[in-house]
Design a protein around this ligand. Structure first.
Ligand code: GDP
Ligand code: MG
Length: 305
């Protein structure tokens, strides 16, 4: 690859309102599940970086938390994280949900985009959910509001339109080196993706405040030799809830819910690590961690990413 004079590389930020399909798009680009996805808004809390390398380019995609009006400290950190990515990208993908293309959040993002220098592509996602003739008015309206480099309809779920989008992105990337080894999928540690997988299952299986008030830390992660069945990866994860009542709900009657979380998470983690996994989960309370800067740094991981 070194001899390729036309090799291109760069950062592509994926921004947009909550739930428009940013993380799904990242996973589709990479052909692998890297970012967790749930039907609930505010699933993504950090910048998730995924690396796509081909013979011609290396793209570092940066998935971000959805932009919103923050109500507590965790959310304001999430918004800071997301807007931070705006300035960093060689290309910015502004993702909009074709079913709900306009909200106050989109207008706020447009305001920020007007102050940024990055090449911006409007990505109209979830087009599998609407009839083709309904696309044009959305494009026309966005065209009046901002000078996008491109406007592209896709379905991140079915991958429809994603190859076209990728081609367009490559066109805007600068010539550049290979920043990461070609087989590397992310610059984030495996531990991060393991804790995210556990958090995803909790988000999927709980309601109301619990999905938003849980955090997961990996306490131990190591390969062990067993006598009976060879190598196994031992993982111990701690699930933090904000209150005793939430802790009880996460554990469930007779430990039923946490057991199910463990089963589902283990299956995904085994796929991700391509290894046999023994996963142990503990639930504990850390009061009001979402409001507390110090606890947030511990649990949200915002400092060391
Ligand atoms: N029908 C449809 N659903 C999608 C598409 N992309 C994402 N979704 C769904 O929208 C929800 C939110 O997706 P997610 O990627 O977590 O959105 P994010 O909050 O922007 O990262 C999930 O239930 C996804 O399955 C799409 O192209 N079509
Ligand atoms: Mg997301």
């Amino acid at each position: 690859m070194d001899e390729n004079q036309n090799f291109k590389s760069g950062y592509v930020s994926i921004i947009g309102a909550p739930n428009v399909g940013k993380s799904t798009l990242l996973n589709t680009f990479l052909g692998q599940k890297l970012a967790i996805v749930t039907p609930k808004p505010q699933t993504t809390r950090n910048q998730i970086r995924g690396i796509l390398t081909t013979d011609n380019h290396q793209i570092i995609f940066v998935d971000t938390p959805g932009l919103m009006n923050p109500k507590y400290r965790l959310q304001s950190e999430m918004v800071k994280t997301a807007y931070g990515a705006l300035g960093d990208g060689d290309v910015v993908l502004f993702v909009v949900d074709a079913k709900r293309p306009h909200s106050e959040i989109e207008d706020q993002i447009l305001k920020r985009l007007r102050r940024s220098q990055s090449t911006t592509i409007l990505v109209l996602n979830k087009v599998d959910l609407i009839a083709k003739p309904n696309l044009l008015p959305i494009f026309e309206e966005y065209n009046e509001k901002f000078e996008f480099a491109q406007m592209i309809p896709i379905s991140a779920l079915t991958a429809d339109g994603v190859p076209v989008l990728l081609e367009q992105i490559e066109g805007y990337l600068p010539l550049g080196p290979l920043y990461f080894p070609e087989d590397q999928l992310s610059d984030l540690p495996e531990r991060f993706f393991i804790s995210e997988t556990v958090r995803e299952k909790i988000m999927l299986m709980t309601q109301r405040e619990i999905p938003y008030s849980s955090a997961v830390i990996i306490e131990e992660f190591e390969k062990r030799q067993t006598n009976k069945s060879g190598e196994i990866t031992y993982i111990r994860a701690i699930v933090y809830a904000e209150r005793q009542t939430q802790k009880q709900i996460i554990i469930g009657k007779g430990g039923k819910l946490i057991k199910r979380v463990g089963e589902l998470a283990r299956a995904d983690i085994e796929k991700f690590l391509d290894a046999r996994v023994y996963l142990e989960l503990y639930v504990t309370v850390k009061t009001d961690w979402r409001k507390d800067v110090r606890k947030l740094r511990e649990l949200g991981g915002f400092m060391d990413m």
